[in-house]
Design a protein around this ligand. Sequence first.
Ligand code: UD1
Ligand code: CA
Length: 465
Amino acid sequence: MTTTAIVLAAGQGTRMKSSSPKVLHAVAGRPMVDWILHTAFAAGADDAVVVVGYGRDAVAAHLRDAFGDRVRIAVQEEQNGTGHAVACAMPSVEADAVMILYGDTPLLVAADLERVTQLRAETKRPMALLTCRVQDPTGYGRILRRDGSVVGIVEHRDASEAQRAIDEINPGVYVADTAFLRRALSELRPDNDQGELYLTDVIAMAAEGDGVADALADAATLVGVNDRAQLAEVEATMYQRIADGWRREGVTIRQGARIEAEVQVGRDARIEHGVVLRGKTQIGEGAVLDVGCVLDDVEVAARAYLKPYTVATASTVGEDAQVGPFSHLRPDSHIGPEAHVGNFVETKKTRLHRGAKANHLAYLGDGEIGEAANVGAGTIFCNYDGFSKHKTTIEAGAFIGSDSQLVAPITIGAGAYVATGTTVTQDVPADALAIARTRQDNKLGYAPRLKARLLAAKKAADQPK
Ligand code: UD1
Ligand code: CA
């Protein structure tokens, strides 16, 4: 048996008050439509059709990038209802069975969807659906039952007072036999308050035939996102779910850390309060991310220690390296194994080889820093002349004294020594000492005389006139 997932995502999502289509809004770093597609695939869908309308180009472009051939697009020119939306997708469906899902329910659990799929296959009914019970059913379609079996769904606005009292609702998760669905959709009529073709009417048709199978799910997993308050609520649940998933894999995660969907974390890593891990970040085994670190597309190797408030983007940190507190790794920074980058050090497009150190207050841009080299406090790589960027190379074991400026392009040879406060404008050969500063002059006994003179000047200035 083959199954196609149809995801309805043509609506604008007016209540989001957004210029981008609702289903592209991210929940824990992943667009809502991606969540539901991942869930459909995890529950056994072979492929998927997403019905797009509002902002269709943006949605289609995103889906092509994220899923390639596995997800096709169907366009619904005018939004004439959920039944019409599914009908728009049917020409590109060949599978025996269809899952129908709404693009704005990212918390749906794959196991529940799988349950509905199996239920329909086992009972051989034309349709199966999930239902749930909610405190406040206002706005939802209500589940109608006779002798325990589902016989239909009535939309809130079309419901009688008695029907509105029903607290079992339709969350919008269905599985249907393809042949039945094609026939039923062709028979839909817009005889309701909105004059739309309601997908929910096919439930009554199935009930009149071979019946509808149903399964109950937890309402908390079926929250639909209609506005930004619901987006925030759903996202909080999602972050909790992701964190709990990694905790089960042996990761320590304090409350208040946020790990996005695509991030990978190794066993025994420790992730402290306020850490944010975004994009395709990967954390190695036993690595520590201390309070407030923010990482986007960063690879951190085993046992590396990122001290509080390290901010890093599109970079790598090697095994047993130490970074922070308050370090800023800009794109293409590569901190080698056992290397140290300390507070108020900014790196960009720079590689520190094994054991190299830059512990305090430095700007290291467009550089290569050799094994075990030491870069002193206040060192600046002067990489930019106002027009072009130039490279600074420090070879293995070199020592750069504090407050030096290295005017790129420049190379400091292996084992060389740059004296504190030097402005380096010429390459330094291996093992040489480079020093460029005026000599110091000590005037013996001069300090008391200088102080007396300065004090007298101050008193004269303070005299009332
Ligand atoms: C729908 C259900 C209702 C259910 C509720 C759950 C119907 C008739 N009603 O109502 O029983 O309780 O969802 O949230 O199905 N869409 C399209 N094209 C359209 C109309 C809608 O793609 O022409 C998409 C929307 O983008 C959205 C989904 O279908 O993703 C649901 O549409 P919405 O208008 O929110 O349906 P509800 O009125 O909430
Ligand atoms: Ca809705």
